[in-house]
Design a protein around this ligand. Structure first.
Ligand code: NAP
Length: 248
């Protein structure tokens, strides 16, 4: 059966590394983005040049209608979805909780939590053997922030990742006998652009000495864990958390 994978937020960072690795493993991949059309198209071209199949689809995962269209495009252009990586994650400038506006809380929770819930809904409707599907696999990308809490940086973001962890536990149990596995990867300090969004592009280097392995991680190292959990090697694993954080 053709393996069809949607990775949300995959124009760059961990999502892009996962798209490349998964395409090399034989998945037809949908690369989703909001603003980075050029990067997404370049990644598609690279996958095609290596003999793989990829499409790029713009959609904001926090918008129900756009998520519905995203999955319809996957149906039409790649075929029935067999795998989903919920990877989009946003954070804003670091500050104390007292200084976080309600508007910011709503933006972060809409993208990081409602976005994951909406994509899981669409995927389960298609994958569930209870509704005529052939099963599938979902990996949610959370963060070690869900257990560290991100004090003085972004408690709103950390709380959103706590919700992702809980979503993983609940959905894994809800669909375990419908052919769908749901797991979670929790990265630590990884070299991507997300730290610039928080106002500190050099954050990984500053904090690396506090990581037991004494370094930040690479997006490709997180991608390995995601692709493992997606695939047949993890066939008896569901509701599990895999921290990719150098011991942090
Ligand atoms: P990143 O480099 O900032 O990339 C974020 C991706 O999400 C981009 O492709 C961006 O695309 C896309 N995106 C943003 N908002 C979107 C939306 N509303 N709808 C669709 N796509 C959207 O992030 P990353 O560091 O790779 O993070 C990936 C995941 O790992 C996130 O869930 C993050 O919380 C988690 N994580 C990262 C770290 C780390 O240290 N990097 C640590 C722990 C957890 P456009 O710019 O094109 O819109």
């Amino acid at each position: 059966m053709k393996q069809v994978l949607l990775i949300t937020g995959s124009s760059r960072g961990i999502g892009a590394a996962t798209a490349l690795l998964a395409a090399r493993a034989g998945y037809a991949v949908c690369i989703n983005y909001v603003r980075g059309a050029e990067a997404a198209e370049a990644l598609c071209a690279r996958i095609a040049a290596e003999g793989g199949q990829a499409i790029a689809v713009q959609a904001d995962v926090g918008d129900e209608a756009q998520v519905a269209r995203l999955f319809e495009e996957v149906d039409a252009k790649l075929g029935p979805i067999t795998a989903l990586v919920n990877n989009v994650g946003v954070l804003e400038h670091k500050c104390r909780l007292a200084d976080i506006s309600v508007a910011r809380m709503e933006r972060v929770l809409r993208t990081n939590v409602i976005g994951y819930l909406l994509c899981c809904q669409q995927a389960v409707r298609r994958m569930s053997t209870a509704s005529g599907g052939h099963g599938g696999s979902i990996v949610n990308v959370s963060s070690v922030a869900s257990r560290l809490g991100s004090p003085n940086e972004y408690i709103d973001y950390a709380a959103s990742k706590g919700a992702v962890d809980t979503l993983t536990i609940g959905l894994a149990k809800e669909v375990a006998d419908e052919g769908i596995r749901v797991n979670c990867v929790r990265p630590g300090l990884i070299h991507t652009d997300i730290h610039a969004s928080g106002g500190e592009p050099g954050r990984v280097a500053r904090l690396a000495a506090g990581v037991p392995m004494q370094r930040g991680g690479e997006p490709e190292e997180v991608a390995q864990a995601i692709v493992y959990l997606l695939g047949p090697g993890a066939s008896y694993i569901t509701g599990t958390f895999l921290d990719v954080a150098g011991g942090r």
